[in-house]
Structures are given as C-alpha cells and as structure tokens.
Design a protein around this ligand. Sequence first.
Ligand code: PLP
Length: 480
Amino acid sequence: MNNRLYGNLIFELSKSGRRGYSLPKNNFGSYEIPKEICRAEDAALPECDELTVVRHYTNLSNNNFGVDTGFYPLGSCTMKYNPKINEEMAALPQFQNLHPSQPAHTVTGAQALVTLLKKSLCALTGLAHFTFKPYAGAHGELTGLMTIDNYHRSRGDLQRKKVIVPDSAHGTNPASAAVCGLEIVEVKSLANGQVDFEDLQRIVAEQGSEIAAMMMTNPNTLGLFETRIPEIATLIHGCGGLMYYDGANLNPMLGACRPGDMGFDVMHINLHKTFSTPHGGGGPGSGPVGVREGLQAFFAEQSGKAERFPCVSPYQGNYAVMMRAYAYILSLGRENVKMVGPLATLNANYIKESLKDVYELPISGLCCHEFVFDGLKDKATGVTTMDVAKRLLDYGYHAPTIYFPLLFHESLMIEPTENESKETLDGFIAVMRQIASEAKTDPDLVKSAPHTTPIGRVDDVLAAKHPVTTYRQMTLSPLS
Ligand SMILES: *Cc1c(COP(=O)(O)O)cnc(C)c1O
C-alpha cells in the first residue's frame, strides 16, 4: 500500500483556499499598489498546506538518482563520490558571503586559495600557468583554442586555422574548434583504438603549415592510454602546431603521469569530474586552462587581440568548485593522490574482465579508468544496449553511458571510478550477468524494462523534438 499523496505536479494537489502560512498583522500602514502594474486576474498559483508541499518535494527528490544513492558507472563523466568535507569548506561563510567586486585587500584569503590551487594543478599537470575563468570542460576547450589561435596570430601565422581531432574524440572537441572559427581535420583510429600514426603523418605532410593544433584525450574516450604521444607531439611541433590536451579524463593519470611531461602545451581540467564537485544536469562546473611557460600571455582574456576575444567570463570563475577541488587535493595529500589513477584503473579492469564472456569487448587488453562493450555478446536475442541500460534501472543501478563513443553500434561505456568497494563492483557484475541471462531466457522482460520506475520508457525523440514544459491550468493536461 502506498499512502503517499502522489501528484506529478504541485498544481494537482492544490485545493482552493488552502493556505500554508499566516502573515502577522500589518504594522506598517496600508499601501496601494499602482493599478498599472497590477495583474488583471490573480495568478493561478497552487494552494496547499505546508506539509503537503514538504512531502511533494521530498517525494520528488527521492526519485532522483545520484552518486550518494547508488552506483553510477557513467563513462566519460567521472561520476565519483564527492567527500562531504568539500561541501563544508565551500559553504564556509567567510568564503560564501564574499562579493566578487569587493576591494582586493579585503579578500586576500580567497585569493591565496586561488594561488595555492594553481600551484597544485601546475604540480599535478606539469604545466606552468592556469586560468580559472572557464565554467566547464567545453568552455575550457574554447578558451584553450582561443589561446592557441592568439599565439599563432601574434606571430603573423594567420593561415593556421585547422585543428586535428581523433575520430574517437568527445563531441565537444570538434564543436569547440568550430565555435573558435577553426576547421576540423579528423584523424582515424586504429583497430586497437589508438590514433592512427600513419594517417596523422599523411595529414601533417599535406596540411602541416595550416595546422594550429592537435587535440588529444589521454586516456582516450575508449579508456585506452595513447602510447605514441611523444612521437605525435614531435610531429605536431615539427610542423609548427601546438598540442592540446583534453584533460576531462585526468582521473586515471592523477599522480601517475603528467600531460606537461608528454609534450602538451595547453590543456583544460574538468574540476567537476576529476576534482570532485557533484555535477550532472548541467552543472556546476569549472574548466581551468593550463599552459606551458611562455603561452600565458595568450590566455584569451588577456590577449592583445582583446577586440576579438574580450573575456570568457567575469571575475575569477566558479569559486565554490575551486574550493571543493582544493579541499579534495588537501584531504588526499601528496601520497594518496597517487592512488586515484591506479585504483580507478584497477576497478575498470576488474569489471571488464568479469563480464567480457557475456558482453562483446571490441578492444581487449588493459584499459585505464573506463572501457567500452559493444552490447551483449549474443546478438541473436535482439536485446540492445538501450534495453540493458533500462533493465539496470530496475536493479537500482544508474545506466552506463550508451551509444557513445560512436565507433561501435552498441557502445556501453563503463567507468566505475576509484572510490567504489569490491562488494559494489561485484554487485554490479552480478546484475549485468543476470541481465545477460534474462536476455536469453526472457528477452521481452528486458526489452520492456524498466518496470519499477515511476515512468517507464519515454519516447526520447518526441521528448527532444516536442518538449512539454508547461501545464495547461484549467484542464490539467499537457499543452499540445
Ligand atoms: C565531459 C567531457 C568534456 C566536456 O566537459 P563539460 O564540462 O561537460 O563541458 C570534454 N571532453 C571529455 C573527454 C569529457 O569527458
């Protein structure tokens, strides 16, 4: 029995005349609101008692799934546990109540934190300077590419308008390059998932004088460590281009190796992934950009070409995310930070090896923090990656990333992160095996999942093409 007063919308719980508050007697005299700014009719607001409102929103929040409620193996997103001490630090009133326009001498503590976090990131990445202005990974990519563009323009190298991007790259890479006004040249991946060095040599031989940069992700979006980066960096530098590192996947490298040592010139970090800020549904984020010594003069916001790129954001960037990152780095310390990468790698390989007899593993061998299955091994059942993802919800797991990367038809991308216990991983493995066996014995059960969530399968295309975001008051039916 469910005794909850369920309503999809607070409007459905409304009862005419119900009140959730009582105002004290007006002690300030009366005031007439000018007629011209008054509504013609009262706003149709829901009328509810306080407890109904509290239960409505609490029940809605219980339908949410997060890292704090269950395992969240969303590949490419690094949904890791975010220690609560970070939140306490970010909420300290001495920081939270600052105003960004306060005189500098009144915020020296906050500025010291910026300096210390920059130092930590320089030490962890091997780069010399950071700017915290960008609000997300993609925003960092754009800032980094603007920096590179500024550098080439400052040298009068105006024909360098092409960016080499591997076909396995995260979609934001080509998108950022396009927004920056640069042209994308795609380099192929080999069957082993790594950048095709020969294809790259061909591109550089043909178009070297027009190459502004090469963007790389390492480990790449298949979760594989690109082993030929030193050679690639030599090739790109040799033709006058710069190396851009998409550091959204820094998690498995943390404390193990550094982009600066590999030959990268410019990079961004997703503080909200690797450095533990709860994110999802669009924020909050921070995508600081780091550069090698000598390139800091070309940071987009400081560039002499200010008329083209005035500024990527006001003030210091997303300060609370920076506080969480610094609290996270300090609480791990120099020794434990070295465990992040190896443990994330161990966890991913453990899941991969435990499931590869029932799920198709297109690229075998060691992975880093994440890996990709190409759907179920037994294709005859007709059960797709989408079905597996939906069935996982019935078992209380968030689905992995699906249908990305685009290199395979049935991609299922799993990233467990370093914080998960062996028992959690074993539970997930058991459920994934259970779903694989259901696909054989009762495929319809999997194809019609989820069965236990408040809403079953939604029509993704309809929801994207015709989003219904308002409710018609009188009839309580969706606006058509
Ligand atoms: C998440 C991610 C991005 C984009 O970061 P946002 O903060 O979502 O803009 C870019 N590249 C890779 C590899 C990522 O995983």
